[in-house]
Design a protein around this ligand. Structure first.
Ligand code: HEM
Length: 161
């Protein structure tokens, strides 16, 4: 086998082995650490808004929204496709499949809503009809939903460990 392919395979299997926190895979442990850090970053970003540092707030929350798209694309969506999707709908009611499915559904809503809020607050790209005015309500709802998704993500991690 070509050395590059060998190192790719070694890298991929390391990725799929147990992680440094004792979770199911290295990818899961990395995702857990990144997700918790992003959840804390969103709380810090909320404090920035409270202190009227709106530009810093926008950069902080916007960065988390974009970084999480990368985490979904590289880790969570592939994991969902390989580990959950093949067993749906037959085994949906087992916790092993139900918890990540519930998590993925709510997580999808939280991510889309986050991108929508960033577009509304940070650009002029949206048509008038889609420009909400009640920033506080939308942003508080999003932060709460996001943390609910993190908690169900942790539940997924626990059920899969
Ligand atoms: C706001 C959006 C999201 C947040 C904050 C979030 C957060 C988390 C957290 C904290 C974990 C636990 C760490 C881990 O086990 O990897 C996790 C795992 C997971 N998430 Fe998400 N997630 C989000 C969106 C999604 C979406 C849209 C999907 C599905 C398409 C998804 C599917 C998964 C899966 C399958 C796992 C288990 C990964 C594994 O262990 O292999 N998540 N997520």
């Amino acid at each position: 086998m070509h050395p590059k392919v060998t190192s790719m395979v070694r890298y991929m299997s390391l990725w799929d082995q147990g992680g440094f926190l004792g979770g199911p895979t290295l990818a899961a442990d990395m995702n857990l650490v990144v997700q918790l850090s992003m959840g804390v970053a969103l709380l810090a970003g909320m404090m920035l808004a409270r202190g009227k540092h709106y530009r810093a707030h926008a950069i902080c929350q916007g960065s988390v929204m974009v970084l999480n798209l990368v985490m979904i694309a590289l880790i969570m969506l592939p994991s969902f496709r390989d580990n959950v999707l093949p067993e749906l709908p037959g085994r949906l009611l087992r916790p092993y499949y139900f918890v990540p499915t519930f998590h993925a559904a709510l997580g999808g809503v939280a991510q889309v809503m986050g991108i929508y809020i960033v577009l509304r607050a940070g650009t002029n790209w949206l048509p008038q009809a889609l420009r909400f005015r009640n920033y506080k309500l939308w942003m508080r709802t999003e932060l709460t939903l996001w943390w609910v998704v993190i908690i169900i993500g942790i539940a997924t991690y626990v059920v899969w460990s």
